[in-house]
Design a protein around this ligand. Structure first.
Ligand code: ATP
Length: 264
């Protein structure tokens, strides 16, 4: 078991601190005492194999799931005592089941902003995720990439301090994925902290300032992607096969290389 130091930063107080978090489902220990900090303005990734405990951890921080033990603070608020206040300052992707089928995208945004007691201009919000032209469309008529962008728009309605994205690019084509990366970087540029899970290591390498790698409910590594790669190389690792300077994904992007923004 690798010992992971919880990083201390001189720069700022953590916006999220997780200490000794555990979660058991009956006899099964899904999360076994994990600790990490997320700092303001970071894009922080939770990585790990299927079933590692990423979604469980994310939903406990979001106050959507009860923990078994541990201490979590979100922007100074305690998940045990301040659930409602935490919900006000975070953005969480809603289940698409909540997207009433008869409402168009503008109407859905209006409905959700009413629930948050926020005044939001739906068209402006949709434009910020590249969906201005779709404001009168129904959710079910969107492509996979557009659905994900809409789902990210719903997380921004309450102008949150922190946005949580669980596998935001799963199932998207390479263009749509890049489109989403740009959107996530835009969200961060506005000062919002982003916590995401992904199974795409290239995505984590490009987007995340730091990642926690979780396996069987434990954090087994926690650092910037660059540092983790350097550590591996310094341990004597080298790839068995020579890597070509282009990948099949590069071929795909080059062959289908249109101006992808707003077109996925
Ligand atoms: P994936 O990458 O597949 O989404 P994950 O890392 O997000 O996986 P979790 O969904 O957090 O994993 O699940 C962690 C473990 O806890 C899994 O073994 C899962 O089967 C179990 N688990 C999750 N929710 C429940 C539940 N409500 N009841 C019982 N076991 C659960």
């Amino acid at each position: 078991m690798v010992q992971v130091q919880v990083q201390q930063s001189d720069m700022s107080e953590p916006i999220i601190s997780v200490r000794n978090l555990t979660k058991s489902y009956g006899d099964f220990h899904a999360v076994k005492g994990i600790s990490f900090d997320v700092f303001e303005g970071e894009i922080f990734g939770l990585l790990g194999p299927n079933g590692a405990g990423k979604t469980t951890t994310l939903e406990i921080i979001e106050t959507l799931r009860e923990k078994t033990s541990g201490k979590i603070k979100v922007s100074g608020l305690d998940t045990d005592k301040d659930k409602n206040s935490i919900k006000q300052i975070i953005g969480v992707q809603l289940q698409s089941a909540g997207y009433y089928p008869n409402l168009n995208l503008s109407e859905l945004i209006r409905l959700f902003s009413g629930l948050y007691n926020q005044k939001v201009d739906p068209v402006q919000l949709l434009a910020s995720v590249g969906l201005r032209e779709k404001s009168k469309a129904k959710f079910k008529g969107l492509s996979g990439g557009q659905k994900q962008r809409f789902s990210i728009a719903t997380t921004l309605i309450n102008d949150p301090e922190i946005v949580f994205l669980d596998e935001p690019t799963t199932g998207l084509d390479p263009h749509a994925r890049r489109n989403l990366w740009e959107l996530i970087l835009d969200v961060r540029k506005k000062g919002t902290t982003v916590v995401l899970t992904t199974h795409y290591m290239e995505e984590a390498e490009i987007l995340c300032d730091r990642v926690a790698i979780i396996e069987k409910g434990e954090v087994i590594a926690l650092d910037s992607p660059e540092k983790l790669i350097d550590n591996l190389l310094n341990s004597g690792f080298h790839r068995k096969t020579v890597v070509k300077e282009a990948t099949l994904e590069d071929v795909f992007l080059s062959l289908t290389g249109h101006e992808w923004k707003n077109e996925d």
